[in-house]
Design a protein around this ligand. Structure first.
Ligand SMILES: [Zn+2]
Length: 356
């Protein structure tokens, strides 16, 4: 079993949502942070403040401490100027996307942190490129659900993936910077924490095999059915990426998803610490939506076709592909499932910002 699943994730994707900035912006719309600003200062000066309680005092040290790609540069995308204020909501929205900008990629290279690559890593990450950030952005619990014995089966049968731990690490970092009065970087790293929280609401990030209908079999030696690992991986990658493309387009054309995210129903019910909350609540919740999501996607997205020389996922987003994506009545269960994910995603995003 282990042998056949070894290649399982080689073709998987690892962006959960294309636009965390949109999700965060909509989630925070109902909070009265509109006028709040934080004064920008370079990261080095934030780290040199007294009272952070951190052992690292400069950007290079922080990158090593966090095991981020050593070539990563914390690029400013909001026209920040030292000494000038930036809207807190803008910092939270913009930089909730930042963990997808390369800091978590290609970490297994010899000049990075090769020790991060273990025998379990292939089940949650590719080795290089975009997919190599998978292990940081996903979490598979390893718990078998007896109502869905095939969909919930997992290799290995224990928890893999770092997303809850990463959410906690950045929460702690943002608290340390807040204590020292480095508000801009406190909010920027809070935004990083929100990224991992939001990733876990994507069922493809919370369950290794979202639906048994994605498992492809083939006959070995013409008689013994076995899992066709590569074809199964291709199916999962196709629906994973196809779903993200669909959500992004729906977000642009249909105000409903944004409205769902912004709903202001207090009190929110999430709890600290973040990592425990994610593992005990968010992951089982999102994983429980995986098979219904998968079934809806199979109805709405075109069948994954084998492109000559390419992977099924390569067709996603082309005009020809969009023409074959179903619209109208047939999307109702996909819309409903997505709304059912977005509502708690918005609530939990708000809760962690309010608890900050
Ligand atoms: Zn992510």
């Amino acid at each position: 079993m282990r042998f056949f699943l070894l290649l399982f994730f080689l073709s998987s994707a690892s962006w959960a949502w294309d636009h965390h900035d949109w999700l965060t912006e909509a989630s925070l719309r109902s909070l009265s942070l509109d006028e709040a600003t934080a004064v920008y200062e370079p990261l080095d000066s934030a780290l040199q403040r007294s009272g952070t309680g951190l052992s690292v005092r400069d950007t290079a040290g922080l990158i090593r401490h966090l095991k981020l790609n050593s070539h990563y540069v914390f690029e400013n995308r909001l026209d920040e100027n030292a000494g000038r204020g930036v809207f807190v909501k803008s910092v939270l929205a913009k930089y909730s996307d930042e963990p997808d900008w390369g800091a978590d990629q290609d970490l297994f290279e010899p000049d990075q942190y090769p020790e991060l690559w273990t025998s379990d890593t292939p089940y949650v990450s590719q080795k290089s490129g975009l997919g190599s950030q998978g292990f940081r952005h996903m979490y598979f619990s390893g718990k078998l659900n007896w109502w869905e014995p095939i969909g919930s089966i997992q290799i290995p049968q224990y928890a893999i993936g770092e997303a809850p731990a990463r959410a906690q690490i950045y929460w702690d970092l943002s608290q340390a910077l807040k204590r020292a009065g480095a508000d801009y970087w406190a909010y920027r790293f809070l935004a990083w924490s929100l990224h991992y929280v939001q990733d876990l609401f994507q069922p493809f990030h919370s369950r290794q095999t979202p639906s048994k209908s994605f498992i492809e079999f083939r006959l070995m030696w013409w008689v013994i059915p076995s899992i066709d690992v590569e074809a199964t991986g291709d199916q999962i990658a196709y629906y994973h990426l196809g779903y993200e493309a669909w959500v992004t387009r729906d977000f642009e054309h249909n105000p409903r998803l944004g409205e769902i995210l912004e709903q202001a129903s207090l009190p929110e019910r999430a709890q600290l610490p973040i990592d425990v909350y994610l593992i005990e609540n968010v992951v089982p919740f999102a994983a429980s939506k995986a098979s219904v999501l998968a079934d809806s996607l199979v109805r709405v997205l075109p069948k994954p076709g084998a492109l000559s020389g390419g992977k099924p996922k390569d067709a996603i987003g082309t005009d020809a592909w969009w023409k074959r994506v179903r619209v109208g009545e047939e999307t109702s269960s996909l819309v409903e499932t997505s709304q059912g994910l977005m509502e708690p995603l918005g609530k939990v995003t708000r809760f962690f910002v309010q608890s900050f």
